[in-house]
Ligand binder design. Structure first.
Ligand SMILES: NC(=O)c1ccc[n+]([C@@H]2O[C@H](COP(=O)([O-])OP(=O)(O)OC[C@H]3O[C@@H](n4cnc5c(N)ncnc54)[C@H](OP(=O)(O)O)[C@@H]3O)[C@@H](O)[C@H]2O)c1
Length: 340
């Protein structure tokens, strides 16, 4: 049995982790932390856990948790947990960080986009980007997983078969992304208040969202050269879900069947990627509550443009489900255990 701590258990991804871990046959949650509500019963914060997980929230303490746990999930805002993660990993334990702190390999890029000084840059080299579909073989040996962002997971998986084959004109990629409100976490910000978000559809962080360098880093890694894209996120008045529409100009004329074949080759064996039948387009509802990414692709022949759509649940494959997928790989368990 893997003994688990959830650090930042009061937030949305923390709650989703607990929902998933409760049903995991090889994991047991022993510690849940909160800095604002230590001493409070977990069931008071997440009523769905009442009578199911009788734990009390505690402040984070690396030595205490490391004594009793094999792995800790850090479900904290960026810039908050990296020092604690370093302390925990130094004690010989595994950490899975859901924030952006260890995703970018270049500390200057991180500090420029996130506007905070990195507290543990020495760990960046050891961290593995936890997107199993691309980095599966690197995961078991690492002490630290940088769990990918939700927009990043969707966009990278939508574009990888195309950039890997160098089929797109450099600089031609445009991504139009939409997210439900839980993607922003529980924080209070007027943009996410009910009256502002409901019956509304708005763009934000146009061409400067913080997932851009993460997406470009991984796509660059896949294609072997610097890759740039234009990324425009939107807020949709729904609780969960991400839908990405990605466009790129093909270097040469291709058939939709040939492009589709590339996706089949790359993703045919992937447990959590569903390439939809021709003509059926991904939608958020079909992935809600699951660890699946639904993808489909076609060609706008008149413009030599490829169009890929991808949908997932931001709290599951976009965060906590993927984090448990990574835990399974870290501990040599079947990858889909507890998230099937
Ligand atoms: N929401 C998503 O769809 C999603 C998807 C992928 C990745 N992520 C990433 O996952 C992380 C958690 O996201 P979330 O949506 O779960 O956020 P959230 O709902 O806002 O929860 C954040 C948690 O962090 C704790 N926290 C907040 N400020 C803190 C501080 N200054 N010091 C220490 N603890 C603090 C809070 O607990 P206490 O105040 O009780 O300590 C809370 O439990 C973020 O880095 C986010 O970017 C989120």
């Amino acid at each position: 049995m893997i003994r688990v701590a959830v650090v930042g258990a009061t937030g949305y991804t923390g709650g989703e982790l607990l929902r998933i871990l409760l049903a995991h046959p090889e994991a047991r949650v022993d510690h849940v932390t909160s800095e604002s509500r230590p001493g409070q019963k977990l069931g008071e914060i997440h009523p769905f856990l009442r009578a199911r997980l009788d734990l009390t929230l505690e402040s984070f303490n690396a030595p205490r948790i490391a004594r009793q746990c094999d792995v800790a999930f850090f479900a904290l805002p960026h810039g908050v947990g990296s020092k604690n993660i370093a302390d925990f990993v130094t004690l010989g334990k595994k950490a899975i960080d859901l924030s952006a702190d260890f995703r970018l390999k270049n500390v200057k890029t991180y500090e420029a986009w996130y506007k905070v000084k990195h507290a543990s840059p020495e760990l960046l080299k050891k961290a593995v980007y936890g997107l199993p579909e691309l980095y599966r073989k690197d995961i078991p040996g690492t002490p630290l997983i940088a769990n990918p962002g939700c927009y990043a997971t969707t966009t990278i998986l939508a574009l990888t078969p195309l950039v890997r084959r160098k089929w797109l004109v450099p600089g031609s990629i445009i991504v139009d992304a939409k997210s439900g409100v839980s993607g922003a976490g529980k924080k209070v910000d007027p943009m996410y208040l009910y009256c502002e978000a409901t019956e509304n559809f708005q763009a934000y962080a146009v061409a400067k969202h913080r997932h851009v360098p993460e997406i470009e880093q991984v796509l660059g890694d896949q294609t072997g050269r610097a890759t740039t894209l234009t990324f425009v996120p939107h807020l949709v008045p729904m609780t969960r879900g991400i839908l990405v529409t990605a466009y790129g100009t093909l270097k040469k004329k291709m058939t939709a069947a040939a492009v589709r074949q590339a996706f089949e080759e790359d993703y045919g064996g992937e447990r959590f990627i569903r390439l939809l039948p021709e003509g059926r387009w991904p939608q958020t509802k079909d992935t809600a509550g699951t660890n699946y990414v639904d993808i489909n692709v076609t060609i706008d022949e008149r413009n030599r443009r490829v169009v890929v759509l991808a949908a997932l649940d931001n709290l599951v494959k976009g965060a906590s489900g993927q984090a448990v997928q990574n835990m399974n790989l870290l501990f040599g368990l079947p990858e889909a255990m507890g998230i099937k």
